[in-house]
Design a protein around this ligand. Structure first.
Ligand code: AMP
Length: 274
């Protein structure tokens, strides 16, 4: 695997690399990321993984400073997964001057759910991914459904700016006990790690009740919020929404339940398609 820290040599190498598939990450890679790399392999000739902890998508007081940076281990994982190219830019390479231009994410997606609790987050995500798209100029890009709202933001970005990139969504990869894999799971204490799968279990119970015909979504959401609180969590939201745009469902649209909650100081998100 070739590792690049600068843009020009990466671009020169990719010029005749065939069909290029991009998988952006913030590093501290786990099995969920690696599965995306394997999926990427099926969609092109060369896989480009990126590792960059993007300051723009963190708010003051969030975990930017303590976000785990493990580049040497990440490079080894990517090499073992058969990834051809790793782009791991410094902050100076990505933001040589302050970033004055941003991608403006529409309010109906940017200010709900994750956006309500992390204002400006999706603007930071969309801006860095737009930059990575311009740097790598991939034919396809993979994003995980674990970050459902992010996946919708980035599909919308590609669609509305007519970018010639195929967006592919990867399924959420979970630990055996159901906990969605996340770099933030490493922040959990041993007892929190034991408690953490409750979030997924409660979402699965909610899904089962909807599949059994229950339609009072507000009541079902409140039950999950209540159960989380009783078990020491601080939930931000639990919401049954339309898969297509995460708006409140009206008719028979395909649904997804999305949730975010803090366990101790660690904020976990999860979702299940219904
Ligand atoms: P991150 O490094 O957390 O920014 O994630 C990089 C990419 O990996 C994003 O597209 C995430 O949605 C995806 N991802 C992270 N965790 C998982 C998981 N457990 N299953 C599937 N995709 C994931």
């Amino acid at each position: 695997m070739k590792i690049f820290h600068e843009i020009a040599p990466l671009r020169a190498t990719l010029r005749d690399a065939g069909r290029v598939v991009l998988v952006p990450t913030m590093g501290n890679l786990h099995e969920g990321h690696i599965r995306l790399m394997h999926d990427a392999r099926k969609h092109g000739d060369k896989v480009v993984a990126t590792v960059f902890v993007n300051r723009l998508q963190f708010r003051p007081g969030e975990d930017f400073d303590k976000y785990p940076r493990t580049l040497a281990a990440d490079a080894k994982c990517l090499e073992d997964a058969g990834v051809e190219y790793l782009f791991a830019p410094s902050e100076d390479v990505m933001y040589p001057t302050p970033q004055y231009f941003h991608v403006d994410v529409p309010d109906q997606l940017a200010t709900i759910l994750e956006g309500e609790f992390r204002p400006g987050h999706f603007r930071g995500v969309a801006t860095v991914v737009m930059k990575l798209f311009q740097i790598v100029q991939p034919d396809a890009a993979l994003f995980g459904k674990k970050d459902y709202q992010q996946m919708l933001v980035l599909s919308g970005l590609v669609r509305e700016f007519n970018l010639p990139i195929e967006v592919i969504a990867g399924d959420t990869i979970r630990a055996e006990d159901g906990l969605a894999l996340s770099s933030r799971n490493g922040f959990l204490s041993a007892s929190e790690r034991q408690e953490a799968p409750r979030l997924h279990r409660l979402l699965m119970d909610l899904v089962a009740r909807i599949q059994a015909g229950e339609r009072d979504f507000a009541k079902l959401e409140a039950v999950v919020m209540d159960q989380l609180r009783k078990n020491g969590w601080s939930p931000d939201y639990v919401a049954v929404r339309r898969r297509a745009d995460l708006q409140v469902p009206l008719g028979d649209d395909p649904l997804v339940v999305v949730a975010a909650a803090k366990l101790g100081t660690t904020r976990l998100i999860d979702n299940v398609e219904i």
